[in-house]
Design a protein around this ligand. Structure first.
Ligand SMILES: [Zn+2]
Length: 294
């Protein structure tokens, strides 16, 4: 993992119970980057005494899991910074516990930088915007279903190495765009729209399990992958889906074909990422993981 060569290792000593050697009582934490934009992602890795059983992080009063990484007694996790996180410098804590009630804590600083998300103002016929009660109920039901799905956590890392673009086209509508339709603020854009032709293959951006295949009101034909560690990727407006819920897929596997189903102005791929419920910019996950090696 090249990027980490440049990081300062931060060791916070833990004092409790009887003293043994320093190395034995130290929790080492690396994190990258140390300044994250709204909608960005931070990689956190901790290593400590062999006796450690559980490790988790804490950010803004919420826990985020850090899974056993399988080598050198390390635990790793991704911290997603939701697009609406207030810009400030926050404490990032890593807490490790062993089987004997010893607690090792490391407190670090993570700065969240403001992003000037653009605002788009649109006027549309009200029939396209205002939903009848039945449709509204459907939309709310689907939103809840996705929210519940994104709260899930698989204590297993299914992804490996770099995340990749599901289609090669560039971004046409940026992450975080705020939309005002007929004078009313609507949901911001929580993914990126990528240029692609109708029927173009949509590829898995990393390995994972297919968590959802369905036709949703706004998103149309949709596939959602669970990559483990609370990380999900979604692929919307497809013309065709080619996988089933529960399928295991590898990076680059074909999930379906580009389309314009649901509320969509024309063929394109909407690609979204959630990390432990946080709405993050898929392109920031690409940048973060491009230097990761297994
Ligand atoms: Zn979109």
């Amino acid at each position: 993992m090249k990027s980490f060569q440049f990081l300062t290792l931060i060791a916070i000593l833990f004092v409790s119970a009887e003293r043994t050697s320093c190395a034995e009582n130290t929790l080492l934490v690396e994190y990258f980057p140390k300044v994250v934009k709204q909608g960005g992602v931070c990689f956190v890795r901790a290593s400590g005494p062999a006796s450690i059983k559980t490790v988790y992080g804490e950010f803004r009063g919420e826990k985020f899991p850090m899974a056993f990484a399988g080598h050198k007694r390390t635990n790793e996790g991704l911290l997603g910074i939701d697009m609406n996180t207030r810009p400030a410098t926050y404490e990032l804590k890593v807490i490790a516990k062993d089987g004997k009630r010893r607690v090792y804590t490391s407190a670090l600083l993570l700065k969240v930088e403001k992003v000037e998300f653009k605002t788009q103002t649109l006027s549309l016929p009200s029939s396209m915007v205002d939903l009848d009660p039945q449709t509204l109920e459907r939309v709310e039901r689907e939103e809840k279903r996705l929210k519940d799905l994104f709260q899930g956590y698989r204590d297993e890392k299914l992804w490996s190495g770099a995340f990749v673009r599901p289609v090669p086209g560039e971004s046409t509508t940026a992450f975080g765009l705020r939309r005002i339709i007929n004078g009313q603020a609507r949901n911001p854009h929580t993914g990126v729209d990528l240029r692609a032709d109708e029927g173009a293959p949509v590829l898995a951006s990393n390995s994972g399990v297919v968590a959802l295949v369905d036709q949703l009101f706004f998103s149309g034909k949709s596939v959602i992958l669970d990559h483990g560690w609370g990380t999900y990727s979604m692929y919307f407006h497809l013309s065709q889906t080619l996988v089933s819920e529960g399928d295991r897929v590898r990076t680059g596997a074909m999930l379906g074909r580009v389309g314009s189903t649901g509320r969509s102005k024309g063929p394109h791929l909407h690609w979204g990422i959630r990390i432990n419920g946080a709405r993050v910019d898929p392109l920031s996950l690409l940048r973060l993981t491009e230097n990761l090696r297994e």
